[in-house]
Design a binder for this molecule. Structure first.
Ligand code: G3P
Length: 227
């Protein structure tokens, strides 16, 4: 399963990319606005830090302008993925851009029918928003299960299921069990994945017992040099 980071905060991206566990990044107009920086500048910087696909979203609503914006965004760096909304115009733009060999992420997906259309339009990624469905008392993860099941029936569909609007680690675990290809998550959720109170408690007791032995794995001279 690939891990993407869902933010335009470059400090967070740099910090978490240093672990080597990030496969890509996603942004949207809200996240770019939050960064307070010019879009082209921030996307270029993210692309230089993150090795894989970096989604940059168009803001036009009419397909020809979406295509023009998509071409401009794709020219920023080879790993830019053009993000388009799941509208009739968005899918038309997706078809054109994917026909030119550009990666396209179709976003704001809330139904399996929409996901089928995106696959037919040649999308590289479909982004179903699980958290926003949960927010309105629907079952976001049920949609992921449905899309994964449908895509499996058609090996000619090359679209990857990119689980978006993730709110907590359970969304990621369930998505992994279902075989979703990618999860994009805010930095806070990535940090949550590392955490378990029994890990902290266990480590504290191991270190306390180790200290009592007076030993050092690197030896005293080496330990001093490493400090
Ligand atoms: O980037 C798209 C998506 O992940 C947004 O999530 O938390 O605004 O619903 P959220």
């Amino acid at each position: 399963m690939k891990f993407f980071i869902d933010t335009a905060d470059i400090a967070e991206i740099r910090d978490l990319a240093a672990t080597g566990l990030l496969d890509g990044a996603t942004t949207n107009p809200t996240l770019i606005a939050k960064s307070g920086r010019p879009m082209a500048e921030v996307i270029k910087e993210i692309c230089s830090v993150v090795p894989g696909p970096v989604s940059a979203e168009v803001t036009a609503t009419e397909w020809e302008t979406m295509v023009a914006e998509g071409r401009k965004l794709a020219a920023i760096a080879p790993n830019v993925t053009v993000k388009v909304p799941l509208t009739k115009d968005g899918l038309r733009a997706c078809k054109v851009l994917s026909g030119e060999g550009k990666m396209v992420n179709v976003t704001l997906c809330f139904s399996a029918g929409q996901a089928i259309l995106a696959a037919k339009a040649g999308a590289s990624f479909i982004s179903p928003f699980v958290g926003r469905l949960d927010d309105i008392s629907e079952d976001g993860m049920k949609l992921i299960e449905e899309i994964v099941t449908i895509y499996r029936q058609y090996p000619n569909f090359k679209t990857e299921v990119l689980v978006a609007s993730i709110r907590h680690p359970r969304h990621i675990i369930d998505a992994a069990k279902m075989g979703a290809h990618v999860a994009t998550m805010p930095p806070s959720v990535i940090r949550q994945l590392y955490q378990h109170p029994l890990t902290d408690k266990g480590l504290a007791s191991f270190l306390a017992d180790w200290k009592k032995t007076g030993q050092s794995i690197l030896g005293n001279a080496n330990a001093a040099a490493a400090e």
